[in-house]
Ligand binder design. Structure first.
Ligand code: BGC
Length: 748
């Protein structure tokens, strides 16, 4: 029997609101609907399956009507995600979403629309032909939250225009373990940087009104402690002391809740021996009680099942479902079968899990669907989307240019002289996949055929800028092609050129397939670099990589080094603009670039971690000796700081601290600079960090011009988490640092 409630609701909605309704209205609607739902419908709402479950077995994008009806009418699934293997066109998305919603709203007993979710994590990466933005690691190098916000706004509009209202982004994991294969998806190693960029993305995704065609529900992920597996391997155990979880890993999630994140995705791994999907402490005490998060908690891929199959804390699949629900999961990304639906139904029917508990989750899910306006209109928009590829290209180019980070410029080898002739080599020189990496038209991003034909490789961008006759290269499109590693031709070919540009780094990867055993750059690339160095020509190295691969064995012989991260669609153009001096670089590292694979300190290490005893009984402070420190990045002009001051010398814990500094462009080119404010706690009851980032500001200055840069921080921003797990602002002396300037203040 079909309910009449949804029709009544639709009528009420049509009458009462053209725009979305107030929160209490949607709460009331949720309760009315919930009261009419069967247990089966409730459990179905908590079930999310992947699109494969509704597609024909041998097709990538054709709906199988029988499977679609089994999913929505029999198993009553509330949510579907993903693509099958590849990006779809706008028309295909419209066709798929329309058909899903037709069945959900017109044929199901409950009439509840389906919530479709996707990973659009650096632009609309599952829409064919879309323009992609740099991965977060590059966006963090810009130190410009407005660029993150702009990228998220564009992505929200594009995603929503496909009929998809839910985006599994942003990643708020801290990039403090450089071996980790998802490092490129992070905003780097620092808590404040990740929190600021993450909150900028969330505010832009969600806007003021989730039902607007400009907005999507965001997902703060992956809660909590995913990014620091002890072994560096994806989805393996992390051991993070509670005060560090609170002071470091939790902070970006707290800011994300404040910024309005509607949903959270859970860490697939385990922290301190407890898989997070089974942790009532993390999912209820911390997430709900401490952070006051009210939205939907979705599991990650297959992770409820894995409590039994991988983590081995549940001795049966049914026990795994019980544990996850008891811990606090609202929706299970099952995603390739209906085991969750079947088992949860059994658990409710046999009384192991109460209906009240189920109602708690279903309420959150229905509320999100109401807030997204899906009960008003679950279909893709019919009007044409205004967003053009040109606008997106401009936005992506602006972000990419600000992300590129000049790490080394010995003898001012860069920018290249006009009329330069170059030899271009390396696996990333004539390749698009490494420029984009994970989540680019395919999950792994490593399928050259999936990329738009208009996307330039570095070789093509150089040929456009310098003329094909000035670019000598044998590089081919496949990152692993053997031709890209041969060295016997280099000496002869280098004869007539001014310099050699080497494009090295990493092939595209995502998650598990990106696991490595060695942070050192691959041997065949080191050999290529050595052959180039042996020519005696100046070498410029462009690093196209998602994490800092060790290059200390070749670095001394290389004059210019540019970090490109994963710059995506406009990457090649931007790289060439920086190398040729069309654009003055201003990105700065969002992580510490290590020199040795066994020496992986972050910039905010403890004083005590900085101590070395190279000579017996002689203790120096030289242990933080990376290849390049966090915040490092050069410009073609010169910036100088002077006159740093604070409004007072002594502050109460509740006070604001006003800090100012003068910055001058004393070089001969216009340029941008990231001004960073650090604090240094001299003594505290828990060993203090050597320094911590407290603010940043980006300025643009013409040659010879100066500007005052101001910061306002709270004295309580200098707090830390003590042994009892409480945030405390301890009295004492702190240095505040900007560039080469510092001021000491006292907290009373
Ligand atoms: C990833 C998530 C992603 C999900 C859905 C998982 O494998 O860990 O980040 O959102 O898949 O695609």
């Amino acid at each position: 029997m079909r309910y009449f409630i949804p029709l009544i609701l639709v009528a009420v909605l049509l009458q009462s609101c053209k725009t979305e309704t107030s929160s209490s209205d949607s709460d009331q609607r949720v309760e009315t609907l919930l009261a009419k739902m069967t247990i089966e419908e409730k459990v179905g709402q908590m079930t999310q399956v992947t699109i494969d479950m509704i597609l024909q077995n041998d097709k990538l994008d054709e709906i199988d009507e029988r499977k679609l009806k089994a999913a929505i009418l029999e198993k009553k699934v509330g949510s579907i995600l993903n693509v099958k293997g590849q990006a779809y066109s706008r028309e295909k998305w419209h066709e798929i979403i329309t058909r899903i919603q037709d069945v959900a709203t017109k044929e199901s007993t409950s009439g509840i629309p389906v919530l479709y979710g996707i990973d659009a994590i650096h632009g609309s990466n599952y829409l064919t032909g879309s323009v992609l933005f740099p991965h977060n690691i590059g966006m963090a190098a810009t130190r410009n939250p407005a660029l993150v916000s702009n990228a998220a706004s564009i992505t929200a509009k594009e995603t929503r225009s496909l009929g998809i209202p839910w985006n599994f982004d942003p990643v708020l994991d801290l990039g403090r373990q450089p071996l980790w294969s998802r490092f490129e998806e992070t905003f780097g190693e620092d808590v404040y940087l990740v929190s600021t960029m993450g909150a900028a993305a969330i505010s832009a995704y969600e806007g003021d009104d989730l039902s607007s065609p400009n907005n999507v529900a965001s997902t703060m992920k992956h809660f909590l402690g995913y990014s620091h597996p002890a072994s560096g391997k994806d989805r393996t155990p992390a051991y993070i002391p509670n005060n560090m979880l609170q002071e470091f890993y939790l902070v970006p999630f707290r800011k994300a809740v404040e910024a309005g994140a509607s949903t959270v995705m859970i860490n697939s791994g385990e922290v301190n021996g407890v898989p997070v999907h089974a942790s009532k402490y993390l999912l209820t005490t911390v997430l709900r009680d401490q952070l006051n998060f009210k939205g939907v908690a979705v599991s990650d891929w297959e992770d409820v099942i894995r409590l039994h199959t991988r983590h081995r804390v549940a001795d049966s699949p049914k026990e795994a479902v019980r544990m996850a629900i008891e811990a606090g999961i609202d929706m299970s990304m099952v995603p390739l079968d209906y085991s969750f639906y079947d088992l949860l139904l059994e658990l409710v029917k046999d009384g192991t899990i109460s209906e009240e508990r189920i109602n708690l989750s279903v309420r959150r899910i229905l509320k999100l669907k109401f807030d997204l306006g899906l009960f008003n209109n679950p279909y893709p928009p019919t009007q044409k989307v205004l967003m053009s590829n040109n606008t997106t290209e401009e936005a992506a180019l602006a972000a990419t240019l600000e992300s590129l980070t000049l790490l080394k410029n010995q003898d001012n080898i860069l920018p290249m002289k006009e009329g330069a002739k170059i030899l271009l080599a390396g696996p990333a020189a004539n390749n698009v996949t490494a420029l984009h990496s994970s989540w680019s038209y395919t999950w792994q991003g490593n399928d050259d055929r999936a990329y738009p034909s208009t996307t330039l490789t570095i070789k093509e961008a150089f040929e456009k800028e310098l003329g094909a006759e000035n670019v000598f290269s044998k590089s081919t499109r496949g990152f692993q092609d053997v031709e890209n590693y041969t060295t016997d031709w280099i000496l002869a070919a280098a004869k007539g050129v001014d310099c050699i540009v080497l494009c090295l780094g990493e092939q595209a990867y995502a998650e598990g397939p990106g696991v490595i055993d060695d942070l050192t750059l691959d041997e065949n690339q080191i050999q290529l670099a050595e052959a180039a160095i042996a020519t005696g020509k100046p070498i410029i190295l462009v690093l196209v990589e998602g994490r800092p691969r060790i290059i200390s064995m070749i670095e001394p012989d290389i004059k210019g080094i540019l970090m490109a991260y994963r710059p995506s669609t406009m990457g090649a153009t931007a790289i060439v603009q920086v190398l040729t001096g069309v654009y003055n670089p201003n990105g700065i590292l969002p992580f510490t670039y290590p020199k040795k694979s066994g020496d992986l300190l972050t910039y905010d290490h403890k004083y005590s971690e900085g101590v070395r005893e190279d000579v017996p009984n002689v203790y120096g402070n030289g242990a933080y000796r990376p290849q390049w420190p966090f915040g490092h990045g050069l410009s073609y002009t010169k910036f100088e700081f002077a006159g740093m001051k604070t409004d007072k010398n002594t502050y109460q814990p509740t006070d604001s601290i006003r800090v100012s500094v003068q910055i001058k462009n004393s070089g001969d080119k216009e340029g941008k600079a990231s001004v960073e404010l650090y604090s240094q706690d001299l003594y505290s009851t828990i060993t203090p960090s050597f320094k911590r980032l407290r603010g940043f500001n980006k300025v643009s200055l013409k040659s010879g011009n100066s500007q005052e840069v101001n910061f306002v921080i709270l004295a309580s921003d200098l707090a830390f988490v003590n042994e009892q797990g409480e945030w405390v602002t301890e009295a004492g002396d702190f240095n505040l640092l900007i560039g080469n300037q510092s001021v000491m203040v006292r907290i009373q």
